[in-house]
Design a protein around this ligand. Structure first.
Ligand SMILES: [Ca+2]
Length: 304
């Protein structure tokens, strides 16, 4: 069963796909939004072919939301976004045959799965990407495969925030792709066989991880599994603190300025009113004096 869903859950604290999702939800400019379910978490066994069926049913540009469960290997042959928000419990298992996820279309975005159980011959991989561009692979745990990631003739793809753990060969890439990002909680991937150190304690390894097959490196790999989930860059915190201080000072100065202006102008107005009152009163006084003088003169005239 494939259901329509509003799908308003947030994917994770950062990442291209969550931004993409938010943008799609705000603008409404996305295609069909498919959910695969119900989930094993709800006590209902999933059909292991749900994701395959959803890919077959989807149109280019669609998003497929996958509930927790264990699914069969998939081939993604059209531009799709495929998402789970629970990579630990949403598993794609190759059961020891071929590659687990094979991407043969450009502009595929996939996030939030455990990928395991590839075959054990030739190029069998957890994630096989062949001749594709502009795909994004993030927030995956790729473990227990012949090759964790195998990219051939691929250019301009982004692979970051993935745990790549205990594969016979962790990754191969004979093209040119980006294995780390720099924005927000930026970084690369976690490699459990990395021999690098994090001496400065910023959560990122101090030397690059080399990916076999070409010139690719993960220059910013994570020191801990899932490191990106709890990472708070120090410079970001400092910038935030500085911003808050500047905003706070701005507010205080604004209040002081308003108070000064109000008291100043009130004082000026009071002075003007007082001056008017005095002027009026002296005019009236003069008028009275003139009237009294006139009456006195009139009395004098009558007396004469
Ligand atoms: Ca470091």
């Amino acid at each position: 069963m494939i259901q329509m869903t509003p799908g308003t859950k947030s994917l994770r604290k950062s990442g291209a796909i969550s931004c993409l999702l938010a943008a799609m939800l705000v603008t409404g400019s996305f295609g069909l939004f498919l959910a695969v379910g119900p989930s094993e978490a709800q006590g209902v066994p999933v059909n292991p072919n749900y994701i395959r069926n959803a890919i077959d049913a989807a149109n280019v540009g669609d998003t497929i939301w996958v509930e927790p469960g264990t699914y069969n290997s998939i081939v993604i042959d059209k531009e799709l976004t495929i998402i789970s928000n629970n990579s630990a419990e949403t598993i794609i298992d190759g059961q020891g045959s071929l590659s687990v996820i094979t991407i043969v279309s450009d502009w595929v975005a996939i996030s939030g799965f455990t990928v395991t159980g590839s075959g054990n011959v030739s190029f069998d991989a957890g994630i096989m990407m062949a001749g594709v561009n502009n795909c994004t692979v993030e927030n995956m745990t790729v473990t227990g495969n012949r090759y964790g990631m195998f990219l051939t003739a691929c250019y301009g793809n982004i692979i970051h925030s993935n745990n790549i753990i205990n594969n016979t060969h962790q990754a191969y890439d004979d093209g040119l792709n980006t294995w780390y990002v720099e924005e927000e909680a930026g970084g690369g991937n976690y490699w459990d066989d990395s021999e690098a150190e994090d001496d400065d304690g910023d959560g990122l390894m101090d030397t690059a991880y080399t990916i076999i097959g070409g010139a690719n490196k993960d220059s910013s790999s994570w020191a801990e599994k899932d490191g990106w989930l709890s990472f708070e860059p120090e410079d970001k915190i400092e910038v935030n603190a500085l911003s808050m201080m500047i905003i706070g000072m701005g507010v205080v100065f604004s209040i002081l300025a308003i108070l000064w202006m109000s008291t100043h102008f009130t004082g000026v107005m009071i002075q003007k009113l007082e001056a008017n009152r005095k002027a009026k009163s002296s005019q009236e006084g003069a008028g009275e004096t003139e009237t009294v003088a006139a009456i006195a003169a009139a009395i004098d005239t009558r007396r004469q």
